[in-house]
Write a protein that binds this ligand. Structure first.
Ligand SMILES: Nc1ncnc2c1ncn2[C@@H]1O[C@H](COP(=O)(O)OP(=O)(O)OP(=O)(O)O)[C@@H](O)[C@H]1O
Ligand SMILES: [Mg+2]
Length: 586
């Protein structure tokens, strides 16, 4: 329905936890790996609780073989645990990343056309790449970390309390300071990382745009201006990093001061407690080590907490795409081999605010050729978009053989249509792979040669070093516009569809090549329902029917002869091309 393109619809912003939930339920998370990493981290937490106690024993004179061995084994196991939990976390996060990327890819390919009109490709790329990575980090690192951190926290409290409750009280005095410093260091890191990322993506966006439009920059001799703009973005990154440095060194100073304060509290407080006979020397040393570990523990807690916050932002952005409705593929009917007439019945359509087609009705007779003519912006390509069912009419309907288009399955519908678009983009790959793109059978070289000859591109292909296996470059940019278009025509010829749509299919050909392609088109059109959009009135004068469009409305329908005598707009368009009209009147 066209209302999914309504811009007035309030923007959906799913809640953070709902987004999380939506994501979690739409992808298979590697819970096994996450669970294993969590268990190993818990084991590591237990070790980290044992080490200070064991070390303190040895440090205060227990140099029995048993005590020393116990300490060394604990330390060794702790090192091993760190390595293993790192591996497990990496696997968990990499797997999550892969699953999310696959999910986003699948979702992107299933979304309807209006979605892509509303969303910039570069944003969708970020959703699939960096947002997936951030959410994966949460899985691999944050989830396993928190249970272990909690375990350590409670463990330290229990151990200290078992030594003497006054130690817990002493640490509690430090608590607000530790919390505050850890919170600020996490916050500052998070905020400034985001700012730097923002600046970097600004530069990325700028570069992506300028590099695609290099010819335009050169034509207008704007290299200097663009360089200045680019420099501004680059300096923006530098300035942000410089400011971050000032904040982060302040934080680092605060952290060091906190450590010093902690040492002072532990040493003075501990010494007092030892003197008073509340704790032993050994417990004092262990206390010192536990207290130091605690500071690190809190700093990590806040770091991982910020990772979660970042992952929340990412998962919300990803969930916004996941909850988008996939393209409705229509009913279950398949298009028959003799489908009958195509009809527009009172079709009204808009992309966003402005109505582009107003109550448009016409018939595209089966097996006949219909030409669409009209000024630029009249809605010709839009009609093709509706014929391909990229968009649905807001009201009215498109029918085939009297049956509403919606009753046909879109894959069968689109299979029945050959489409040569206004600009003919190619995929990277060879001429062969481009000619056979989307066709589900293999073709012999003879068939390819036949189609290439009919599209008047055969000579050119032969002149290339590798013939049909010549690489066309990214987006076909190593070929001229005309060559690209003729390859697209050859592809339509190979597809052998019941319905043929050509949007100014011969617009980028020179007059000689054009007449050759037009001849081929005559053969191709035979027996097919063909719709041609052409600005050249001369080239469509022999069409069975011409529909004149103006401002999204049908202005006239008839043969070239009928329109030339009865339709003012058609006459004006024709006269303009014949050079007999005054430009200003057109
Ligand atoms: N994806 C889109 N989103 C919003 N508006 C669009 C979109 N595509 C086209 N339009 C608008 O719809 C109107 C009709 O465009 P359309 O491309 O159908 O014209 P056209 O007749 O094919 O013109 P041309 O001869 O220049 O190719 C124009 O006003 C255009 O601005
Ligand atoms: Mg167009």
């Amino acid at each position: 329905m066209a209302n999914n393109v309504n811009p007035r619809e309030p923007e959906k912003k799913p809640g953070i936890w709902r987004s999380f939930w939506t994501l979690m339920t739409s992808v298979k998370a590697p819970w096994g790996w996450v669970g294993a990493a969590t268990l190993v981290s818990l084991f590591g937490a237990q070790l980290s609780l044992m080490i200070p106690d064991a070390t303190a024993k040895v440090a205060t004179g227990d140099i029995s073989m048993g005590a020393i061995l116990f300490m060394v084994v604990c330390m060794f196991l702790s090192a091993l645990e760190q390595a293993v939990s790192q591996i497990l976390s990496r696997i968990a996060s990499s797997k999550t990343e892969m699953n999310f990327q696959k999910l986003m890819l699948k979702k992107n390919l299933s979304l309807p056309m209006p979605f892509f009109d509303r969303n910039m490709a570069s944003r969708l790329i970020t959703r699939t790449t960096s947002d997936s990575t951030l959410v994966a980090e949460f899985f691999g690192w944050s989830i396993p970390y928190f249970p272990a951190a909690l375990y350590r926290l409670v463990g330290v409290a229990i151990i200290l309390n078992s030594y003497n409750w006054r130690l817990v009280a002493l640490e509690a005095v430090m608590f607000p300071v530790i919390l505050l410093v850890s919170f600020f260091s996490g916050r500052v890191g998070f905020t400034w990382n985001n700012r730097i990322q923002g600046k970097l993506s600004e530069l990325g966006g700028y570069l992506a745009e300028i590099l695609v439009n290099v010819p335009l920059v050169k034509v207008f001799v704007k290299e200097k201006v663009e360089e200045e703009k680019g420099k501004e973005a680059i300096e923006g990154i530098y300035k942000t990093k410089k400011k971050y440095l000032a904040f982060s060194s302040t934080i680092s100073f605060l952290s060091s001061s906190e450590s010093i304060l902690q040492t002072v509290v532990v040493v003075l407080g501990g010494a007092a407690l030892v003197n008073a006979g509340h704790i032993t020397l050994e417990q004092w040393i262990a206390f010192y080590m536990y207290a130091t570990n605690l500071v690190r523990l809190f700093q990590n807690i806040f770091r991982y907490y910020e990772t979660i916050k970042r992952a929340q932002g990412s998962s919300r952005r990803m969930a916004e795409i996941i909850v988008e409705k996939s393209e409705d593929m229509g009913g279950g009917r398949t298009v028959p081999s003799q489908p009958g007439d195509l009809k527009f019945e009172n079709v009204t359509f808009r992309y966003d605010t402005d109505t582009v087609l107003k109550n448009v009705s016409f018939t595209l007779p089966a097996g006949k050729t219909t030409a669409l003519v009209g000024p630029s912006g009249a809605g010709k390509s839009t009609i093709f978009g509706l014929l391909e069912r990229f968009y649905d009419p807001e009201s009215g309907r498109v029918t085939l053989g009297g049956v509403d288009a919606k009753e046909f399955h879109k894959s069968s519908w689109r299979q029945a249509i050959g489409y040569v678009p206004q600009s003919s983009p190619l995929f990277s790959g060879t001429i062969r792979s481009n000619m056979t793109y989307g066709l589900d059978r293999t073709f012999t070289d003879e068939e390819l040669a036949r189609a290439a000859k009919d599209a008047n591109i055969y000579e050119f292909i032969l002149s290339c070093d590798n013939g049909f296996d010549t690489d066309v470059g990214e987006r076909g940019c190593k070929l001229s516009g005309g060559q690209r278009q003729r390859i697209a025509i050859a592809r339509a010829l190979l597809k052998d569809p019941q319905i043929l749509l050509m949007d100014e299919a011969t617009s980028s050909l020179d007059p000689e090549a054009r007449s050759e392609v037009e001849k081929a088109m005559e053969r191709l059109k035979e027996g097919r329902t063909t719709v041609i959009v052409a600005h050249e009135i001369r080239s469509i004068e022999d069409a069975d029917q011409i529909v004149v469009l103006s401002g999204g409305e049908v202005n006239g329908i008839g043969s070239a002869g009928q329109l030339a005598s009865g339709n003012a707009l058609y006459r004006r368009l024709k006269d303009l091309q014949d050079g007999t009209a005054v430009l200003g009147k057109a």
